[in-house]
Structures are given as structure tokens and as C-alpha cells.
Ligand binder design. Sequence first.
Ligand code: FMN
Ligand code: SF4
Ligand code: FES
Length: 543
Amino acid sequence: MELSDLQDIARKERESQKPIRVRCCTAAGCLSSQGQAVKSALDEAVAANGLEDRVQVIGVGCMGLCSEGPLVQVDPAGTLYERVEPRQCASIVAALDGGDADANVGDTTRPFFTRQVAVVLENSGRIDPERIESYIAADGYHALHTVLHDMTPAQVVETIIAAGLRGRGGAGYPTGLKWATVAKTEADRKFVVVNADEGDPGAFMDRSVLESDPHRILEGMAIAAYAVGASQGYVYVRGEYPLAISRLQTAIRQARRMGLLGTQVFESPFNFRVDIRIGAGAFVCGEETALIRSIEGHRGVPRPRPPYPAASGLFGCPTLINNVETYANIAPILRKGAEWFASIGTEKSKGTKVFALAGKITNTGLIEVPMGTPLRTIVEEMGGGVPDGGTVKAVQTGGPSGGCIPQSALDTPVDYESLAQVGSIMGSGGMIVMDEQDNMVEVARFFMEFCMDESCGKCVPCRAGTVQIHRLLTKIRDRRATDEDLATLRTLCEMVKQTSLCGLGQSAPNPVLSTLRYFPEDYRALIGAPSEPSANGAAPRTA
Ligand SMILES: Cc1cc2nc3c(=O)[nH]c(=O)nc-3n(C[C@H](O)[C@H](O)[C@H](O)COP(=O)(O)O)c2cc1C
Ligand code: SF4
Ligand code: FES
């Protein structure tokens, strides 16, 4: 494969486009609500009307507004149909040349769509994730060609440093610096790994990117491998994501067949092989050292750092490990330049961030906004606020490692520093909205139950501490706690935070501490009150 071949594929793909394209979402959210039946019904209606020459039905990835799915959008008119049922497809096809269809037309001018800036999701909902030609026609693999033929590995690393990209897996570590560390470590074998374990409750960004645009991740990995000197890559995906896994497998097969992965990529001396490893759904396996153990075939348990994976990772070799969304930003940075990327976002948080909006919010789904966008814009404008005129009580960001941001702090810009200042974190991008009906003690208890269940048990503070914190929260919830219990809760939270071995234990108390800080009245209302049966009707237990 040479550049001219790539350009040929792109040209043929564009020329083969029919004048009218009906894009139909075939990502997990829409597939779970009859999306496949909708696509088949659209295909049938086009065939029944003899429109195959002019009309093309394309299965695409997520269009973002998952709560209104299955979604269908018609190009070039741009008409968006929501909650489409198979029986409506004949009328949608009948209306392609004008007229009204018997289906719900969505408003594409609402802020949910217009306030987005698509970098990571630029192809999502537009290209067919199961056809490499579709990705190539959207400029796919051009950045990889440029890198291999016109840039040295050091120049690639410099570009990522200049762009200011920070890891999207949670901690926000500068990606370019991590690449530079792996690049400068001398070794015969190095690895690049994609962390697609995504276990936070409420988060589905990485799954969606893999389902909607899998080649983007492969291209990002190949560029990273060239930059750091690796020849083998692994994508570690959780087993609960079967569609993401199958689309990745298809993408790897296609890229290999075209000579975009494997030996002598783009007729260059660069060799790069990618394999998939499937996780069994343990949250702790998202922690990088546990993930590495799991790929090695052992039980996924964290180990102390240093040494960091960049120095000694998979099989003791230098290993670059980045999140799905981090890799998804690589090809656009190389295509459009570091300056372009650095011009989006804030001074210290560059680029965009994808968020999964869930909970008590009108528009549930995926959005991508520039870093620094106020939380209020995301929740109230784009998300449409709480349904039925309710009010936002809190927004939980960062999953079990994060915290609850109160209504009064909704003007906080969403970037790494500002979220930390209000006691939460960016995390991987889950955002759960709560309203006045939600009790924050119950919310804290939910996240602590998750951490308690997912603790690997290796170190005592986390293994025993999460259980004790959960017991105290249950005691408070059941109105059996005293002021002393509340003081013990605080002490325990600080202790678990400071003495746990890995990020799971170190961050597990965050939802408790942030709710104690912002919603003391929810705790106070339950303390010192007369004993009552617990919310689920069970008799109170002794802690
Ligand atoms: C308990 C725990 C779970 C984690 N889960 C994930 C995950 O699902 N995906 C992810 O990318 N990073 C996860 N991380 C962070 C990773 O350890 C690591 O920092 C990240 O993959 C680095 O990539 P980045 O620099 O691109 O963010 C988790 C960390 C902890 C402590
Ligand atoms: S902090 Fe928790 S999850 Fe991490 S090593 Fe210790 S017990 Fe395991
Ligand atoms: S899954 Fe179809 S719009 Fe998100």
C-alpha cells in the first residue's frame, strides 16, 4: 500500500456515494431498541421502491442522542428522525424526495448538537465502522502515512507534547511526556496498550468510540508505536462490550489485509501487530499495572509504582498505556497540527472532552465539548436539564473516583484543574445528574458499595476500609448513626485515601467526602433521628 493507493480508495469511495444517504445508527444503544430491525426495514423499503441507484442506507455509529434512538438521519437534507420504529421506515423512504414522513422529526438546531465540537467523534455517526474504505474516505490512515514517511519518531513525540494532550483515562497525565519516556528507554521489545476497560458506572464513551470508529484507535496506536519504538500492541477491552470487540476484530483484519498493520506498514521498515485481549469485567483491571498483569495471563491485581509501565511494563518491557479517547485524538493532531489542537480548550487542559450524560437529564447520550465549557452549559443547555421541570441537585463526575458537584457550583468550567478545585475529578467522562429527589447519602453509599465489591483485596486499608465505610453509610441511611459515627466516617475516609496501594482505594472515599462537604444536611437529617426501618423495608442491621 502506497499513498496513491490510499488516495485511490478514498476517491472511489467518495464517487460511489449515492445522491441520498440514509444514515442509521447501529451502535449498542440504538441496537438495544430495535436499531437492526430499523436498518433492515429501510433497506427493504429502498429495494421495494427501486431506489437502489439513488439511495444508500448506511449503518453508522453513535450519533450522540442515544436516549432518542434508534436515530436515522438523511443526507444531504439533514433531516433527523428519532425513536424510529420499523413500521415507519416505508414512510421515511417515501418522503426522501420531499413531503412528511410518519415519524418523529428531531430538532438539529438544539444546543445538544450545535454546541458540540467534534474531534474525537468527528466520524461517529457519519462513517460505516465496518468498512475501512469509509474511514479512508474520511482522511483515515493519512496521518500514519505522513508520520512514517515524513517524520522522525522524535518529531512525532514533539508534536504530541506541543499539542498539550493529556490522558483521557482519568489522571490527565501529559501524553507527550509519557511517550517521550517510553521512547527514550532502551529495550529490544516495547509495547503499546489501549486501556478499553471502561468500568465506571455511567460511562460509555470508550465503548462508543470503538463501536463507531475503530480504525481511529488502530491508527493512533500505530502512530504511537512508531513514535516510541514498539512493534506489538494490545487492546484490552472488557468482555461486556461484544460489539466493540467484533468491530475491532473486523478493523484489524481489514487493516492487515491492506498492509496498514503487520510487516512493512505503508512499504516502510515499520512493523506493527495488534491483538485484542478481553477482560472479564473487573473494575480494578482498568488500573494500569493490574491491566498489564491481566494481559500477561495472571490475576489482575495492581502492584506498587514505580517502576511505572513506561520503564517496566508488560513482560518487564517498556510499555505505553493510554486510554481509548487519548489514542482517538492522535490522528487529528497529526493531520491538523499541534497548534490547531492547542487552540481548543483552556491554558492547561487542551482539546475537547467526550462526556456520557446520564441520570436525571432530558438528553441522555454522548457529547463532545471544548475543555473549559461550563458545567451549566452541558447540563442545562445541552442536556436539557432535569425532565419535567425538576431542578439539578448535583452532578457526579469521575465515577467512583470522583465527586458530587452541587448546583451552586454549576458555573465551574469543566477542565482538570477547576473540577479538582470543587472536590471532584474529570475522570474518564461519566456525568450523572441528580435532582432534589436524590439523597446524597444513598448516592455515596452506592459508589462505596461498588468500590467495596470491586476491591481486589490486596491491601488492608482498601479491603477492610471500604467495607467499614459502607457499613457506616448504611447505619446513617438507616438512622442508627451517632455524631461519633460521622466523625469515624471522616477519619476512615482520610485513612483509606492516604494508605491504599492503588487508585481504587485512594479515590474510593471521594464521593463520600464530596457529599459530606456539600450536602451535610442530607447526613444531619439522618443522624440522631428515631430509628425507622431502612428504605428497602428491611429491619435495621447492626453495623
Ligand atoms: C481502579 C482504576 C480503574 C481505572 N480504569 C480505567 C479505565 O477503565 N480506562 C482507562 O483508560 N484508565 C483507567 N484507569 C487509569 C489507568 O490506570 C491509566 O492511568 C490510564 O489508562 C492511562 O491512560 P491515559 O494517560 O491515556 O489516561 C483506572 C485507574 C484505576 C485506579
Ligand atoms: S487499593 Fe484496593 S484495589 Fe487497589 S490494590 Fe489495594 S485492595 Fe486492591
Ligand atoms: S447509540 Fe444510537 S445514537 Fe447513540
